[in-house]
Ligand binder design. Sequence first.
Ligand SMILES: Cc1cc2nc3c(=O)[nH]c(=O)nc-3n(C[C@H](O)[C@H](O)[C@H](O)COP(=O)(O)OP(=O)(O)OC[C@H]3O[C@@H](n4cnc5c(N)ncnc54)[C@H](O)[C@@H]3O)c2cc1C
Length: 358
Amino acid sequence: MRPGGRAENLRSSAWLLPERTGARSGGVKPAGPQSLRPGRGGRHRRVEGSQRIAPQILKIDAQLRKALGAHARLGSSVTQIERAPRLLSGEDPDVSELVTAALRADGVRVLAGTAATCCGADAGKWIEVGSGDGTERIAFDEIIVAVGRSARLEGFGLEELGIPAGRTIGTNDYLETRFPNILAAGDVAGPWQFTHAASHQAWFAAVNALFGGLKRFKADYRVIPRATFTSPEVARVGLSETEAAAEGIPHEVTRYDLAELDRAVTDGARQGFVKVLTVPGRDRILGAVIAGEHAGELIAEFATAMKHGLGLNKILGTVHIYPTWTEANKAAAGAWRRGHVDPRILALLRRFHRWRLG
Ligand SMILES: Cc1cc2nc3c(=O)[nH]c(=O)nc-3n(C[C@H](O)[C@H](O)[C@H](O)COP(=O)(O)OP(=O)(O)OC[C@H]3O[C@@H](n4cnc5c(N)ncnc54)[C@H](O)[C@@H]3O)c2cc1C
């Protein structure tokens, strides 16, 4: 962490400072000095994140992707270079596909599975990229490099005090370092880099600093929602389908397509879905991902439900205003419910109504 806030952070994420860059989940991995070097015969161009932005070529991470589509819609020729095999690789493949398709529909050229290898400024500015298909040199006017960032932790005396400080400062469950009167919260404490996670941790750190001698509180990380402000947005809380499968966690998946939601239809924004993971045979939410307009807002209902142990039946039993986007959550809960109706009860009801009708 350095004085100067975000601008400093951004500058430190430029590819020419690889020791200050780091991959966050979903972000582009740092190219590193070996893979990203001045082009042969080319004048070395130092790329700083604080430069004025008028992009023709962008190498960009999740937090800036919304700008990508916007620039393309404004008529710029935009290319996104992503080393991972797909965009948003921290999310499920169906989420990546949706966002990639939306960017392409905006006119962005998306190059996934493609690494930036070198750039130069002889005879115009260019960047060279390589993939399984070979190498390509792409001309650009402006470039944005967003490959993740990490706090600058040396020089504050942490080493002298023996406080572990690699990418983040080592803290315990109470956000205390090995000295209980030195606490850390936010990006420097990790594991997230979200404003809301930082302020959540700040409460625990502040209370523990003030009252730790009497009572300490463990930072509660059970339910931390997050959003990626792409267009359409992607928001998640809890486990994704990919994570549940990788960790061998039994789960059921319920999906509701926003194309069926009246408000999505009237807003002309039918792309996307709500996907909920539940414990098989039980009304317990393991995670939810929403890809679509207002996903960052909609996910709050699932975050509340997970935090307070409410299941999908509670969401289904709550009146949601028609026609709003929030009805998507209720519709997803309804889809889950329909998948769990006991066929014996249905058969019984069918017989009952036939009998009533005579
Ligand atoms: C481009 C970009 C977009 C982002 N978008 C989002 C988003 O949409 N949603 C989201 O949740 N998060 C977002 N983030 C992440 C979010 O900004 C951080 O997670 C959050 O700011 C972390 O809060 P913090 O208090 O830990 O650190 P900071 O907000 O970085 O605050 C640290 C403060 O410490 C000060 N400081 C540093 N060194 C010293 C020193 N030696 N002495 C005194 N003061 C010092 C700094 O000036 C700064 O004010 C984004 C980040 C970036 C870079």
